[in-house]
Design a protein around this ligand. Structure first.
Ligand code: ZN
Ligand code: ZN
Length: 374
């Protein structure tokens, strides 16, 4: 699949989302929501640009864009009216408050994790002057995104296939002396060649003892040597949707300790995935995977065992000790336990998994049953 084909797979505007959003706003006693997350704007309106403000309500929506984005927004937005801000028009804060006042809104929510303090201050000054209350909200649109449609699942599935294929195509490039950064770029080029729009997030490639850092940033001065662990955590982007996979292997012959740690993580991950059943609490897979690592005598990983993937690489639900969500069919979630031993190395195994009525389905399928020695 080439670039144009993956563009054509973009999900169009879905009118039913206006209804779902209206119900969520009703529950929160809001007249409208100011959506500043790019992913949430894309989800609600089909708009793929950035740096815009979407004032969304049951009866109507407005996308407030500066001149760099107005043309694109007119072509992409499914429902919102496009309103320009910034020179020669008034600034966004004035435009948004003006639109809200004109529509008769009294309580307007904003996404508190997605608005800067400076933006909030400017908006509040304008809103107060018009008798409008700004209400902090969290996760209103994100909750609507957690369960994927068939179209969304097919894009995530495709992004997973591309990641699998890219790994297979690039492993032959692992040779003594190659740097982490060089290999990360090769892996990304393979994803692009396989039809991805690009990498879904910053690729992690860590050699030797560096996989002990769960999110190691690839370096040019870390070069592959015989007997090194190789940890690769990466994913592809297709139609705006992500995949996420981690594999750990050994370059050369593995030591007994490397095999032992790998086996412990493999067991933990298998149990974690098995626990990803529809109707279960999002706490359950985390508890099971964590308990398995603890039973092996190695230290527990210091993060929740999995996260949703979709328009963002990390999104609801977050499977952890504090997870409030129940797993439901159509959720795409990772399972990624690991063991990290500073100064020695680490192992993480991660798959993107689809929750289904009949049980979990692994969407990333690159083999992991035995510690790969290259
Ligand atoms: Zn990952
Ligand atoms: Zn992940």
């Amino acid at each position: 699949m080439n670039q144009e084909e993956s563009e054509a797979k973009r999900i169009p505007y879905r009118p039913e989302l206006a209804q779902a959003l209206a119900m969520s706003l009703d529950e929160a006693s809001l007249d409208a929501l100011l959506v500043t997350s790019d992913a949430n704007q894309r989800f609600l309106e089909g708009y793929t640009g950035a740096e815009c403000y979407l004032l969304a309500s049951g009866p109507g929506s407005w996308l407030v864009a500066d001149s760099r984005y107005t043309e694109q927004a007119r072509g992409e937005c499914g429902r919102a009216r496009i309103v320009q801000h910034r020179d020669p028009c008034p600034p966004y804060d004035e435009v948004i408050a003006g639109l809200a006042a004109e529509a008769g809104f009294r309580r307007v929510g904003f996404e508190k994790a997605r608005l800067s303090y400076a933006q909030y201050e400017a908006l509040r000054a304008q809103a107060e002057g018009r008798g409008i209350e700004l209400v902090p909200t969290e996760g209103i649109v994100e909750r609507l995104r957690a369960v994927k449609t068939a179209d969304e699942i097919s894009l995530i599935r495709r992004a997973c296939e591309i990641a699998d294929r890219a790994l297979e195509a690039s492993l032959g490039e692992l040779r003594e002396g190659i740097s982490e950064l060089e290999f990360a770029r090769l892996l990304e080029a393979s994803m692009f060649a396989a039809g991805a729009e690009g990498p879904g997030f910053d690729t992690i490639a860590a050699f030797g003892a560096r996989p002990a850092l769960p999110h190691a940033v690839p370096r040019t001065d870390s070069r592959l040597e015989k007997g090194d662990f190789v940890l690769l955590d990466f994913g592809a982007l297709v139609g705006g949707y992500h995949s996420d996979i981690t594999r750990t292997l050994v370059f050369g012959k593995a030591s007994a300790e490397q095999r032992k740690v790998y086996a412990a993580v493999l067991e933990s991950q298998a149990l974690g995935v098995e626990a990803m059943v529809a109707g279960a609490s999002g706490k359950a897979p985390d508890a099971v995977a964590r308990g398995s690592i603890a039973a092996s005598g190695y230290p527990e990983f210091g993060y929740g065992v999995g996260h949703g993937v979709g328009l963002e690489i990390h999104e609801l639900p977050f499977m952890s000790r504090r997870c409030a969500e129940t797993l439901a069919p159509g959720m795409a979630i990772t399972c990624e336990p690991g063991i990290y031993l500073p100064g020695w190395g680490g192992v993480r195994i991660e798959d993107t998994v689809l929750i289904r009525e009949g049980g979990p389905e692994r969407l990333t399928r690159f083999p992991k049953g035995a510690l790969l020695e290259l």
